[in-house]
Design a protein. Structure first.
Length: 265
């Protein structure tokens, strides 16, 4: 299944209507199954699904490292796509004890939670990482648009990326759901052994609490977003010891928590 499809549309612009086509992102149901039991169903872009399976499993605490997944198969079925993963018995038993089922629209990262405590779950402290200059933060955020191939084609997807001063943009993943994009990035980094403490995690979206939680699990000392955070995201980032930067644009940015990692004037 391709990540984008062409559709016919009528464009109204300059007082004129004209027929034509537009490329839009594909959105399909993706089931994450463990030992043939469905744990979650998300609506996602069918691209980088191996990274999605690994990243989702890591951010949800289902696995501790990518190698905990003994087998991973991507299967197209009549209603969507199944990401079939096999876990060792100890991991499967732990998953069964804290089973969480959710049918997740692409804009939602917490659908289906069965308690308030599950929504505000504790986050691990992030590593200390490095200190960055404002120019490095701005260089990182400027690197996003040119690398967002799906968004350039559709103007309808989010991106999550990892940037370091030494390598520039190391990895970028896109999806109709911002949570899915960050999970895909987590999976890509786990597969490449990249360490979040070495650079900046970048988001093309706002920072909601789920995004801050996932970034903390990824071990990101610095999270940079083009939009603003929510109040709960700020509290979670503060608790995790994470430097949270929002409103990152060409002309500046705003630091909401733990500013010691940014060498401000």
């Amino acid at each position: 299944m391709e990540p984008t499809i062409p559709v016919l549309r009528i464009q109204w612009r300059g007082e004129l209507a004209s027929p034509g086509a537009r490329t839009i992102p594909e959105e399909t149901a993706v089931a994450l199954t463990y030992n043939r039991v469905t744990h979650a169903v998300m609506l996602a872009t069918p691209a980088d699904l191996r990274d999605f399976a690994i990243g989702f499993s890591l951010s949800e605490g289902i696995i501790g490292q990518a190698s905990d997944i003994e087998a991973l198969e991507i299967v197209t079925v009549p209603d969507g796509i199944e990401l079939r993963m096999d876990l060792p018995r100890a991991r499967l038993d732990a998953l069964t004890r804290r089973q969480r089922r959710l049918a997740g629209p692409s804009g939602c990262g917490m659908c289906g939670l069965d308690s308030l405590a599950a929504a505000i779950r504790p986050v691990p402290p992030v590593p200390e990482g490095h200190v960055f200059t404002p120019s490095q933060v701005q260089a990182a955020i400027r690197s996003l648009p040119g690398a967002q191939a799906l968004n350039a084609a559709t103007h309808a997807v989010h991106a999550a990326a990892f940037w370091t001063p030494a390598q520039g943009l190391v990895a970028l993943r896109e999806d109709v759901g911002r949570h899915n994009a960050l999970d895909k990035l987590s999976g890509a980094m786990a597969r490449s052994s990249a360490t979040a403490a070495d650079g900046l995690v970048l988001l093309s979206s706002r920072v909601s609490v789920e995004m801050a939680q996932k970034a903390a699990v990824l071990g990101a000392p610095v999270l940079v977003a083009v939009s603003a955070p929510t109040s709960l995201a700020v509290r979670v980032a503060d608790t995790a010891g994470m430097t949270l930067i929002g409103i990152a644009r060409d002309d500046g940015f705003e630091v909401f928590t733990h500013p010691h990692r940014i060498r401000l004037g």
